[in-house]
Design a binder for this molecule. Structure first.
Ligand code: 13P
Ligand code: SF4
Length: 395
């Protein structure tokens, strides 16, 4: 049983997570010749193009993608699994990344020079990643230097950040993390500066919620150990004393999709559905995570539902494409969307079948469109940070 509306029918449909016209900001070509979404032959065109490309192409699909796209994915996964899968396909000439911009950048960094990574719609950005720009991050680091704390601070960036910011963490001997491995990555980072019990700090970018949730609920730090650095305020809006006392310096960023879930949603769900299990993504606010029964990445959410007994009830706090797919895959379980209003990630949703067909047919016509290329210097340092993450123990 599901409790949410069809995507094209609900007047209350919300599409969040989109920054305006990212494609034109990034100076990219427009998608002339895109097939119409109403083209009755679209699925057949997609099947033909996919079959003709054969082993030359490998298609990765993030769990938040639309069903029409997931149907053509060679593999699906969370951002961590997809980064590993991209790195493990050295023979594919084209990696078609059905996800968002920062994920395609990571794939470009982790694949060989002869491979081309394609993002079917260049407007598929991530509003959270866009909340941290490299110049702001460099300025913030200068602030930490001036406050005398940079030497005892390790930068850790969430996968949801630009290649330039991953390169920043590589240059400063930090690491990258995803929602699957944030605890291990943070423990590693603290170990570089005296351990979780010591006095060292982590500068965590750009998702304050993932940073806070991991520090407080998994590492045992307190909410008072965490401060929020606001890049629009002088010295991040913090006193020198606050910077010196903090253990976690959290960038003021968040996900506009996961930020919607509230404690009230949980209270209402518990009142409405007896024995409901609340399962949420760690990008949700701390009070939501603290009140949830299970917390984890998209991959964790899928595995938890797979293992759940028939008849059990679940309310899921993550993006709607995934929750709808889980509800369809588990008709024997009672699956609800945690928010009362349906909500997709609008930028993930930008990748649709017309864009996928367009890039595949363009490749077959000898035209490489929407290639994602990270400059050599950023790629080198971002790779150092990503390799550091991929080498973390036990992940
Ligand atoms: P995952 O790391 O769980 O794939 O999440 C990525 C993301 O963008 C969540 O909003
Ligand atoms: Fe970014 Fe949030 Fe969309 Fe994930 S769900 S891609 S964090 S805007």
């Amino acid at each position: 049983m599901t409790t949410f509306a069809e995507p094209h029918q609900s007047p209350a449909l919300l599409l969040l997570g989109q920054k305006t016209d990212l494609a034109s900001e990034r100076g990219v070509e427009c998608t002339g010749g895109l097939p119409a979404a109403s083209d009755p032959d679209l699925v057949e065109r997609a099947k033909t193009a996919r079959a003709t490309l054969g082993d030359r192409a490998f298609i990765l699909g993030h769990h938040y993608q639309r069903d029409e796209v997931i149907d053509f994915a060679d593999i699906t996964g969370d951002s961590f699994k997809l980064a590993r899968e991209a790195a493990a396909r050295p023979d594919a000439e084209f990696i078609l990344f059905c996800g968002v911009h920062f994920m395609a950048e990571s794939a470009d960094i982790l694949t060989s020079d002869h491979q081309k990574v394609i993002l079917p719609d260049l407007a598929a950005g991530c509003s959270m990643a866009d909340m941290a720009e490299i110049n702001q991050v460099e300025d913030a680091w200068d602030t930490l230097i001036d406050a005398g704390v940079a030497d005892a601070t390790v930068p850790v960036t969430y996968m949801n950040s630009s290649a330039a910011i991953k390169a920043f963490t590589g240059r400063h001997e930090g690491t990258v993390c995803t929602s699957s491995n944030a605890e291990v990555a943070l423990r590693w980072a603290f170990d570089q500066v005296g351990g979780v019990e010591g006095n060292g700090k982590v500068f965590f970018l750009p998702d304050q919620h993932l940073g806070r949730n991991t520090a407080v609920l998994q590492l045992g730090l307190s909410l008072d150990d965490c401060v929020v650095f606001d890049p629009r305020k002088p010295q991040g809006g913090l006193t020198t004393e606050q910077l010196r006392d903090a253990r976690m310096i959290l960038w003021r960023g968040h996900c506009s999709v996961h930020g919607r879930f509230s404690l009230r949603n949980i209270e209402e769900m518990r009142a409405k559905v007896p024995d409901v299990n609340i399962l949420a993504h760690p990008e949700c606010k701390n009070e939501v995570i603290a009140a949830s029964d299970f917390v984890g990445s998209t991959e964790f959410i899928i595995k938890t539902l797979d293992a759940a007994p028939a008849g059990s009830s679940w309310a899921i706090g993550t993006e709607l494409n995934l929750v709808r797919r889980l509800a369809n895959a588990h008709p024997d379980k009672n699956i609800h969307y945690l928010d009362s209003t349906v909500c997709f990630c609008s930028t993930m949703n930008r990748i649709d079948l017309p864009h996928l067909v367009w890039v595949m047919e363009s490749l077959l016509a000898g035209r490489v469109v929407n290639q994602i290329v990270v400059n050599d210097d950023d790629a080198r340092w971002a790779k150092a940070a990503l390799d550091q993450m991929l080498a973390l123990p036990g992940i």
